[in-house]
Structure formats: structure tokens, C-alpha cells
Design a protein around this ligand. Structure first.
Ligand code: COA
Length: 428
């Protein structure tokens, strides 16, 4: 069976997390992704957070599946020549260098467009045009600048960043959508274009409900926030709301049996209006179905804290999975707080390919997150990440068509480095 993006050639000039998540997705959809890495060093994440000496880190392996790796010193004249050939050959250049780095390599948009008018140049930057456009940005900076941190955490605590990498991986997702959209438009126009996904914009897009609430504040307190029921006045900006859902269906995280010793023995409980009667019956409060203080969603808003405290007395008598079973039987939406250990061991996630075990020549077996987007007509097989420079020779000769003598000349110039030992051993 073919793959959705078969035939699309990606010059992957990405590093760290945001860019690599984007190109990994494209590779899973079938694009040929050629990752260009600094000669001798490679993507900095190969060596960051290493758990095994001398072996590519999980940080790197989990972000670079299904790609080929070529090392290239783009500041070496011969290396630059090879890069230009790659630009002529590929459909998309994806990069997430610090602002201006591509230009400093001599690769302005105008120059690339002239070399290959069909090429799409896709970039992740920290900020879009404006006062911060020249700034370097990492994940948590984006979470802060995109409005997520100021609206995450508890009211009486400091702003909080979340463990979900909404700045890096979130922006990678945005960029991937921009790229396939530009490829689609190119089918009509024959022209490439620039695609920019700024991390601040990506985070803000994911935090848009909080900008919604910012505007609602002008017209009165946010009644869906438990702060309202607690009688605490709102300030000028959307506040941190703890575990409030803050949406149309109030929710909170509640303790379950074993919470005293298990930090993840909790459940997210949503008091969805259509199943309010079922909730009341289940927790042993049938009188709340008709009590005017509890019977309607609006009546309940000032009492959310008390309501969740009462429900918690019930959830604390069971494990999170027992609560899940009882609630789902009557259509009450709840979600167990799953630890990474539980997720890693969950058979259904293995069955769908969301969690995958991969074999690696120097690391051995490890777990990764597979493609979270499933296409019925484009199967996805997760292949291990490449060793540094593993495909340098293959790309030079088979993709770019250099003769053996030309490959030798390129190697002699110092523009590429030999592949790692592991790559040679495997190839042998
Ligand atoms: N050969 C030779 N030089 C290379 C090269 C190659 N194959 N690949 C990259 N380089 C050079 C670049 O040209 C640049 O050189 P210059 O500054 O002299 O022009 C240099 O390597 C470093 O690139 P840079 O992107 O500045 O790396 P950094 O480690 O200093 O910064 C980030 C890292 C992530 C902060 C920065 O890249 C950034 O802000 N990126 C955009 C936002 C982003 O994606 N952030 C999230 C990362 S998960």
C-alpha cells in the first residue's frame, strides 16, 4: 500500500525538538526526509540527556524516526555546493535555526526561490515579526509568551509550565499542517512559498480559550471558575484556574483510593449537565436532582467546590479504574490520571501503534510514541532514527547522483564526516 506523502522530498535542516517533530510526522506519512546535520557533531540532542554512554539519546531517537541522516558542513564550500544540490532536488526545506542563521548561510528566501521556484521553505521561529523576532526561544519561553503559563497553575501559586511540549511539539504540528497545505496549493500554482510557524502563535492558538475568557471578563466574573463560588474577585486578566475545566461542563481532579501513597491515584471528573441525575444517584445524593440549589447548571456554579468535595468522598472509596468503570456505565465523562509507567504498559496503546517498541543498533530496544494521526489508506511503520551520517554516501551517490570520484572529492574536502562505527557495522 502506498503512503500519503510518497514522492515528497524533504530537506530536513531541523534540530532539537520543534522542527524534528514536524519532519518526523512527514516521514511517517511517507515523505523521504533527509536530515542534514553538522559534520562531526550532529543534532545537539544526540548527546543531550544521554542515559547510555556513547549512544544516541532517547531525546534524539524519539524525534527522528524514519529519516535519513547526512552530515554536512554547510560553511565549507564543497558542503555548500552539496546543500545547493539538495535544495534543487527537494520539495521542502524545513528549518528551525535561530533567526537569521539561514540568511547567514547565504540561503535567503529569494536565493532559494531562484534555485528552486517550487521549493517550500518552512520555518519554526520563537516569535513572528515584531519586537522579539530576533530572539532565540525554547519550549518554556514559548509557553510563557504564548499565554499558557499565566493561565496554568493555582491562583495562589506562581505561573506554571506544563509537561506537554506545546511550544515545541505543538509548533511542529502546526508547521506540518502548513507544509502539506503549501504542497496542496503548489499543485495549482506550481510555486513554492514560505511557511512560518512561530512558537508564541502556536501556544496561543492552543490557549485560545483563555483569550476568550479574557474578553468575557469585561462582562462580569467567570462563573465557571471555582474562584467565583469562593467569592474571590477577579482581576484584570484571565486567572489561573487550578484544575477547573473553565468550560461549559465543570470538572475537577478528585482523589481516589490510595492517593495517600500513589501520586497518580486521581481522576478527572466532569459534572456534565445531561448526566447530572446519574451523578446524583451514583454518589448517593438523589435529592440534588430536585433541590433548586443543585438541579440546574447555573444553580450549581457558585457551589462547585462543595459539589466536587462531595463527589470526592465517593471517588475516594474506589481506585481510579473502578470509578472509571462505574461512571462510564452511565455515560459520565471521567478520565484517570495515568502515569507514564501506566501508559508505557498499556496494551491498547501498543495495539494501535501509539506506543511502539523500536530496535536500535547501538541502544537496543526502546519505547517511543508512534504516529498519533492514523490514516486508513497510508500505513505507518515506525523505523529507528538514523545514526549520525549513516546515509551520507547513499544520499550523495543515489539521491544526488554524484560519481564515486565526486563523492571521494567531497569527503576529502572535509565537508562530511564518516558515519559512526555502528552505522558501518550495520551496513557491513
Ligand atoms: N554546518 C555548519 N553550520 C551549521 C550547520 C551545518 N550543517 N547547521 C547549523 N549550523 C550553524 C548555523 O548556521 C548557526 O551558525 P551562525 O549562528 O554562525 O549563523 C549555528 O549552527 C547555530 O544555529 P542556532 O540555530 O543559532 O543554534 P543555537 O544552539 O545557538 O540555538 C535555538 C538553538 C533552538 C535556541 C535556536 O535554533 C532557535 O531559537 N530556533 C528557533 C526556535 C526553535 O525552534 N526553538 C525550539 C527548539 S526545540
Amino acid at each position: 500500500m502506498g503512503k500519503a506523502l510518497e514522492g515528497v522530498k524533504i530537506l530536513d535542516f531541523t534540530h532539537v525538538q520543534s522542527g524534528p517533530t514536524c519532519t518526523q510526522l512527514l516521514a511517517w506519512f511517507g515523505a523521504d526526509v533527509i536530515k542534514v546535520e553538522k559534520a562531526g557533531e550532529g543534532d545537539v540532542t544526540r548527546q543531550q540527556l544521554r542515559d547510555i554512554d556513547g549512544v544516541d539519546s532517547l531525546y534524539f531517537t524519539m524525534l527522528n524516526h524514519n529519516k535519513r541522516s547526512i552530515t554536512l558542513d554547510t560553511k565549507n564550500p564543497k558542503g555548500k555546493e552539496v546543500l545547493i544540490e539538495l535544495i534543487k532536488h527537494c520539495d521542502v526545506l524545513v528549518e528551525n535555526f535561530a533567526p537569521g542563521a539561514l540568511d547567514r548561510m547565504g540561503l535567503t528566501w529569494e536565493h532559494i526561490h531562484k534555485l528552486n521556484p517550487r521549493m517550500i521553505v518552512a520555518s519554526v521561529k520563537g516569535f513572528g515579526p515584531g519586537p522579539y523576532e530576533d530572539c532565540k526561544v525554547y519550549e518554556n519561553i514559548a509557553q510563557c509568551a504564548g499565554g499558557s503559563a499565566s493561565t496554568t497553575g493555582f491562583r495562589d501559586g506562581p505561573p506554571l509550565v506544563t509537561g506537554a511540549q506545546i511550544g515545541d511539539s505543538g509548533t511542529g504540528l502546526h508547521l506540518a499542517l502548513g507544509i502539506v497545505t503549501a504542497l496542496y496549493q503548489r499543485m495549482r500554482t506550481g510555486r513554492g512559498q514560505r511557511v512560518l510557524a512561530a512558537m508564541q502563535d502556536g501556544v496561543l492558538n492552543l490557549a485560545r480559550v483563555k483569550l476568550r475568557d479574557q474578553q468575557r471578563l469585561k462582562h462580569g466574573p467567570l462563573k465557571e471558575y471555582s474562584q467565583y463560588g469562593e467569592g474571590i474577585p477577579f482581576g484584570e486578566a484571565t486567572p489561573r484556574a487550578g484544575n477547573d475545566s473553565g468550560g461549559g461542563q465543570p470538572g475537577w481532579i478528585l482523589k481516589c483510593k490510595g492517593w495517600e501513597t500513589d501520586p497518580d491515584s486521581y481522576i478527572y471528573f466532569i459534572t456534565q449537565a445531561p448526566v447530572w441525575g446519574e451523578i446524583c444517584d451514583l454518589i448517593g445524593k438523589p435529592e440534588w436532582k430536585t433541590d433548586p440549589d443543585y438541579a440546574t447548571p447555573n444553580a450549581r456554579l457558585p457551589r462547585l467546590k462543595h459539589i466536587f468535595h462531595t463527589i470526592e468522598q465517593w471517588t475516594m472509596t474506589m481506585t481510579k479504574f473502578e470509578v472509571m468503570e462505574k461512571c462510564n456505565a452511565v455515560d459520565i465523562p471521567v478520565g484517570p490520571i495515568l502515569s507514564m509507567k501506566e501508559i508505557a504498559e498499556e496494551p491498547s496503546l501498543r495495539a494501535t501503534g501509539t506506543v511502539v517498541e523500536v530496535d536500535h543498533p547501538t541502544r537496543g530496544k526502546y519505547l517511543t510514541v508512534g504516529n498519533p494521526i492514523k490514516l486508513s489508506d497510508s500505513p505507518c511503520e515506525v523505523k529507528r532514527s538514523p545514526l549520525l551520517g549513516e546515509h551520507t554516501e547513499e544520499v550523495l551517490s543515489k539521491v544526488l547522483g554524484y560519481s564515486a570520484a565526486e563523492v571521494a572529492e567531497i569527503k576529502g574536502s572535509g565537508a562530511v564526516t564518516p558515519p559512526e562505527k555502528g552505522a558501518r557495522a550495520e551496513a557491513a
